[in-house]
Design a protein around this ligand. Structure first.
Ligand code: ME8
Length: 511
């Protein structure tokens, strides 16, 4: 059985989760659900990144200890993921003992392998990024991402000999052409490596909120250096419950484009330095933008949207879980930036969910209820819809496999459109009860069943509801995909439930 390990970044707990975090987490969730559906042994990891200056500052600002602050904020992430029906298998917090243990083991291995040394660091630091810049890489002394003035820092630090890994990294990229996708991001990482790698400072004495360096307890590890190792903590690296050989290195990290350098340069080099194979795949995604801007706390101050108004919990309350999940998955392809807006959600809701999917299910269940005595007939083996279905199944499966949920859903909605067109053409509402009507309705029910299977990683609640409305037991993911994706599994003689509209239309006012 294939193993599939997928991770999101672990999110900083300096503030509450917003829809940008949800974007990444929902995509990872749908991919994990897809792999469970096809029968892979799946592990889906998310969590919170709780050390570092930024988090310590947020705690101080709120007058509580860092531990109290991280407990409180980490819980808000869990709450958001519950609201979005996120099926993580593990939620890691970097303040947990298991993480301390793995980090210390991993970094001791790097140290003992001779890749860590002591020196004095001078640099320009951005607390929001928790990262150093050089004058050249800064925006005239300001952070190129956050726009804030950079702070001059000088401290005695332990350094990681990143510069020694340029050649091994380039070789790794050459031997693993799919290491970083999409290709534009792979090229970006390669350009960075070819531009020359400098050693990086990996410890701090200026703050105490971090994991102690095992061989020098005046220092704590720099937050990024501990954070990346979370992916190994969750699979027990260096501990008694070590499952590294099961889940590593054939794993997938889904990360936003601003943390490409950490995941595509530092992290593989760190793994090599510890004597471990780097992860096999990093999928980089773009940003959700509001009015052309990355979501940030300053947006509201500049007259834009307030982040708290578009928190995952507020959005799911307003539109429902599945519509938000659908929007986040369907609107933007992983890799590109996309615009987030209420108008965008409403448009997708009314068009794809209410008009296409909702109407199809309503239409079919109504006709079967009134003209087929409420019992769903069986489909025809050679139906013209069967070829549309086969095409949709193939295209959707291929898209899920290549990290393209938007394309998987596009293919799935292609089958909905084909089914609606088939009904328009055959006009079963004009037919009298009998074999011809049964054949058409059986085909439509079978197409709906297949749509529920294909869409279940994205909108699991609605798919389970549709499943029971067409008289099936359990849920669309209960059978393995190889079986359930075959045309003709809907055997007929299933009791149909008409039910309330799945997606009542949202009225859009003109003002
Ligand atoms: O960087 N659009 O944490 P973070 C899309 N702790 N995705 C967005 C987004 C937006 N507007 N804003 C945030 C960190 N994200 C580190 C990671 S991993 C070892 C350590 C998502 O809280 C996106 O996935 O700043 C991005 O990479 C992640 O949140 C960064 O979250």
């Amino acid at each position: 059985m294939a193993h599939y390990y997928i991770t999101t970044p672990i999110y900083y707990v300096n503030d509450a989760p917003h829809v940008g975090h949800a974007y990444c987490t929902v995509n990872a969730d749908a991919l994990a659900r897809w792999h469970r559906l096809v029968g892979d042994e799946t592990k889906f990891l998310t969590g919170t990144d709780e050390h570092g200056q930024k988090v310590a500052d947020a705690a101080a600002l709120n007058g509580v200890s860092p531990q109290e602050w991280t407990d409180r904020t980490s819980a808000r992430f869990r709450e958001a993921w519950d609201a979005l029906d996120i099926s993580y298998d593990d939620f890691i917090r970097t303040t947990e003992p298991r993480h301390y243990e793995t980090v210390q083991r991993f970094l001791t291995a790097v140290y003992e392998n001779g890749h860590i040394y002591k020196d004095v660091y001078h640099g320009l630091y951005c607390v929001s990024c928790e990262d150093y810049y050089t004058l050249e890489s800064s925006d005239e002394g300001r952070c190129p991402i956050h726009g804030r003035a950079l702070t001059e820092m000088q401290e005695e630090n332990w350094f990681f000999r990143l510069s020694a890994f340029a050649e091994p990294l380039l070789r790794y990229y050459e031997e693993h052409p799919d290491f970083v996708t999409p290709e534009t991001k792979r090229n970006e990482a390669l350009a960075f490596i070819r531009g020359g790698l400098r050693d990086i400072s990996i410890t701090r004495t200026s703050i105490a909120w971090g994991i102690p360096v095992p061989w020098d307890d005046r220092h704590v590890f720099y937050v990024w250096y501990d954070a990346l190792i979370n992916y190994l903590t969750a699979i027990g690296y260096g501990r008694e419950d070590d499952q590294t050989s099961t889940w590593w290195p054939v794993s997938h990290h889904l990360v936003g484009k601003e943390i490409l350098r950490f995941h595509c340069v530092w992290w593989p080099a760190m793994c090599m330095a510890a004597g471990l194979d780097p992860v096999h795949h990093v999928q980089v995604h773009g940003w959700l933008l509001v009015g052309g801007q990355k979501l940030s706390k300053t947006m509201a101050a500049e007259g834009g949207v307030k982040l708290s108004d578009i928190s995952p919990v507020v959005l799911t309350d307003e539109f429902g879980v599945d519509p938000i999940r659908y929007y986040l998955l369907r609107e933007t392809s992983l890799g590109n930036d996309g615009d987030f807006s209420h108008e965008g959600i409403t448009a997708r809701y009314n068009t794809d969910l209410a008009n296409n999917l909702g109407n199809l299910v309503a239409r079919v269940t109504t006709i079967v209820a009134t003209k087929c005595a409420g019992v769903g007939p069986a489909p025809q083996p050679g139906s013209e819809l069967a070829s549309a279905a086969r095409q949709a199944v193939g295209a959707a499966a291929a898209a899920w496999d290549r990290f393209a949920p938007h394309a998987a859903l596009e293919a799935t909605w292609g089958l909905i459109t084909a089914t609606n067109a088939y009904l328009e053409q055959r006009a079963p509402w004009k037919m009298s009860p009998g074999d011809e009507l049964d054949a058409v309705m059986g085909d439509a029910l079978e197409a709906i069943r297949l749509v529920s299977v294909l869409a279940t990683p994205a909108i699991p609640h609605v798919c389970a509801t549709i499943w029971s409305r067409i008289g099936l037991e359990g849920a669309p993911g209960d059978e393995t995909f190889a079986d359930s994706a075959q045309w003709g599994r809907y055997r007929g003689v299933h009791p149909i439930v008409k039910g309330e509209p799945l997606f009542p239309r949202i009225t859009v006012s003109d003002d």
